[in-house]
Design a protein around this ligand. Structure first.
Ligand code: TYD
Length: 210
């Protein structure tokens, strides 16, 4: 049984939601206990976040709302990890670094570092982050047909977000996959990456750490 914390990241239209659902399906079929979750969350804090970007409360207020939503979510994620489950999360802290990192430009110095500092100590570091990489043009094309378009989905902004993801993905925690292919193919590769990079759950009991 695999256990650990895996996040899926990418710009709008990268396919995170479809791919993370497929990965959860594949891993469950192999007998793993999977908890699939997402951000913004489905709680009132997540609603507050959605409200904030629909109404454009400004980059600073919006940033702290994303962090507040995450703070509560971390507790839920932690409890599933303590149960020995494999937690998959569709968007997590890197979304804030990539998106609010772009939104806070010119407002605070070094926005990504500012957000990382603000997250220190209380966020859980993912064991693995799967970045689905697509060009901003393709991302935008894919979401064109969606009923509700949100303000973050404009080309110049998405280009900045994509550049932030590319910078973040230099960390060893990341695996970068070409998201331009079919969701099925991408999901199979993501599943393999998870199987290769995550260690099997330690057996509870004598001799093993808690
Ligand atoms: P998205 O994953 O598209 O949610 P849904 O499919 O339910 O609408 O996320 C909504 C938007 O929120 C998306 O444009 C990215 C943005 N976002 C941030 O700007 N910062 C964050 O920390 C998160 C989690 C999302």
């Amino acid at each position: 049984m695999l256990a650990g914390f895996v996040t899926f990241e990418g710009i709008d239209g990268a396919g995170k939601t479809t791919v993370s659902r497929l990965v959860a399906e594949f891993l469950r079929a192999k007998g793993h206990a999977v908890f699939l979750t997402s951000e913004p969350t489905k709680t009132w804090l997540g609603d507050a976040v959605r409200h904030a970007y629909d109404d454009d409360v400004g980059a600073v207020a919006e940033s702290f709302l994303f962090l507040a939503d995450r703070a509560a979510h971390v507790e839920e994620i932690r409890s599933h990890l303590e149960n020995g489950e494999l937690v998959l999360c569709d968007r997590y802290a890197d979304s804030t670094y990539a998106y609010q990192g772009a939104r806070l430009k010119g407002i605070v110095k070094d926005p990504i570092r500012f957000l990382q500092q603000a997250s220190k100590g209380w966020t859980l570091e993912p064991d693995l982050t799967v970045l689905l990489r697509v060009t901003p043009n393709l991302g935008l094309k894919r979401i064109q047909g969606r009923p509700t378009r949100i303000r973050f989905e404009e080309l110049p902004f998405l280009k900045e977000v994509a550049a932030n993801y590319d910078g973040l993905s230099r960390s060893r925690r990341f695996v970068v996959l070409d998201g331009a292919r079919t969701a099925e193919v991408v999901a199979r590769e993501a599943t393999m990456a998870i199987e290769n990079r995550l260690t099997p759950r330690r057996r509870r009991g004598a001799g093993s750490p808690p």
